[in-house]
Design a protein around this ligand. Structure first.
Ligand SMILES: Nc1ncnc2c1ncn2[C@@H]1O[C@H](COP(=O)(O)OP(=O)(O)OP(=O)(O)O)[C@@H](O)[C@H]1O
Ligand SMILES: [Mg+2]
Length: 363
């Protein structure tokens, strides 16, 4: 087991800066997720740690060893890829045994370790089958087995579940998480799926354009996003953003979105005034933090329903704000026809306010 430290890591491909001065530390036994949109540098970061790419700057430590100059096979890491290509002509047993045979381990030890891993992954009955005789989830477990059997110090996983159908993916999430906790192997896991990141991670590094935008525990990213990027990336449906100008009068702050005048409660006003508010901000409110009702709400606003999206356990209600759609999440069913007038209110204690210019959170 080992911690992983990345210091000021930098990597470019020609003109493209793929990893832009990234630093983080993964604690011993921790499940760290790198999360971000396509092309933000997640895979490159992972490949640098594995030794499959050479950095243009920075340092990588595994345990207490600087590994920059070590070849992949000496880094004691195992990587699981999105395309976990098993050897089709080999049975499950031989697929898992393969990395140990390369290392020329004694036959008895190979057998013991393959069976141990198969038991752990609950694929003991599958050892005699060929990959084509397995379901996607079973194949994925075999691929994990092949990585696990080496007993690496660090697990690197690049979107290992993305080839599975939605239902199996959710199931395997829980399986993988349990397994990682049980084995306590330091893991760095790459995904662009925020729900996957939120449910699995001890901590998440949210990346954009080669940089880390925020690194924190899932609940911190959700409740205290450091900037507009993180606020918009975490949570589904995404946080609503309304541009607003700031009016301060007698220490009280009112935001004007052009449609709504939002009087902020004292607690938010104080923070904003103390920060010396910019004239233009972005008001952020999650769909679950807007109350909706068919009868007037004190301090609320009347809006026109654009469309409702019933999901069974909840209903997403959309209304227009200028040419923008605002989404409201209502627990349970909510019947309304397009054009119907309803009332909404913002749960302002849950609101976020960002500096429009820098994108950084003020509240
Ligand atoms: N071998 C390469 N040659 C040239 N450019 C590359 C190479 N590998 C990656 N890049 C570029 O570096 C940037 C980061 O790529 P990377 O694969 O790390 O992104 P990612 O976050 O894993 O994206 P995805 O979610 O799509 O897998 C991208 O702009 C990509 O085009
Ligand atoms: Mg990738």
């Amino acid at each position: 087991m080992a911690r992983v430290v990345v210091k000021d890591l930098f990597k470019r491909f020609g003109k493209v800066v793929a990893v832009d001065h990234v630093s983080f530390e993964v604690k011993d036994g921790e499940f760290m997720v790198l999360l971000g949109p396509s092309g933000c540098g997640k895979t490159t970061t992972l490949r640098l740690i594995a030794g499959l790419e050479t950095p243009d700057g920075g340092e990588i430590y595994i345990g207490d060893r600087l590994v920059n100059d070590l070849p992949p096979k000496d880094r004691d890491v195992a990587m699981v890829f999105q395309n976990y290509a098993l050897y089709p002509h080999m049975k499950v047993y031989d697929n898992i045994a393969f990395p140990l045979r390369i290392r020329k381990l004694p036959k008895e030890e190979i057998d013991r370790r393959v069976r141990e891993v198969a038991k752990l992954l609950r694929i003991e009955e599958l050892l005699d089958r060929y990959p084509r005789q397995l379901s996607g989830g079973q194949q994925q477990r075999v691929a994990l087995g092949r990585a696990l059997v080496r007993q690496p110090q660090v697990f690197l996983m690049d979107e290992p579940l993305s080839n599975l159908d939605a239902k199996l993916r959710v199931y395997m999430r829980a399986e993988l998480k349990r397994l990682q906790r049980e084995l306590g192997i330091t893991t760095i896991y790459v995904t662009h799926d925020q729900a996957e990141a939120m449910t699995m991670a001890d901590r998440i590094a949210v990346m954009n354009e080669g940089k880390i935008m925020q690194l924190a525990e899932p609940h911190v990213l959700y409740h205290k996003p450091a900037n507009l990027f993180v606020a918009g990336f975490i949570g589904a449906p995404a946080m609503n953003f309304l541009d607003a100008s700031v009016n301060v009068r007698d220490g009280e702050v009112e935001l004007d979105t052009g449609v709504f005048r939002i009087r902020l409660p004292r607690s938010l006003s104080e923070v904003l005034v103390r920060a010396g508010p910019p004239s233009e901000v972005v008001f952020g409110i999650r769909p679950e933090h807007i109350t909706v009702s068919k009868s007037p709400i004190p301090g609320g606003y009347q809006v026109e329903v654009f469309v409702t999206e019933p999901l069974g356990s909840e209903t997403i209600i959309d209304f227009k704000h200028g040419d923008q759609l605002v989404k409201v999440r209502y627990p349970g069913g909510f019947e309304a026809v397009p054009g119907e007038k309803v009332y909404i209110a913002f749960q302002l204690e849950q609101a976020h306010i960002f500096d429009k210019k820098t994108g950084n959170a003020i509240v």
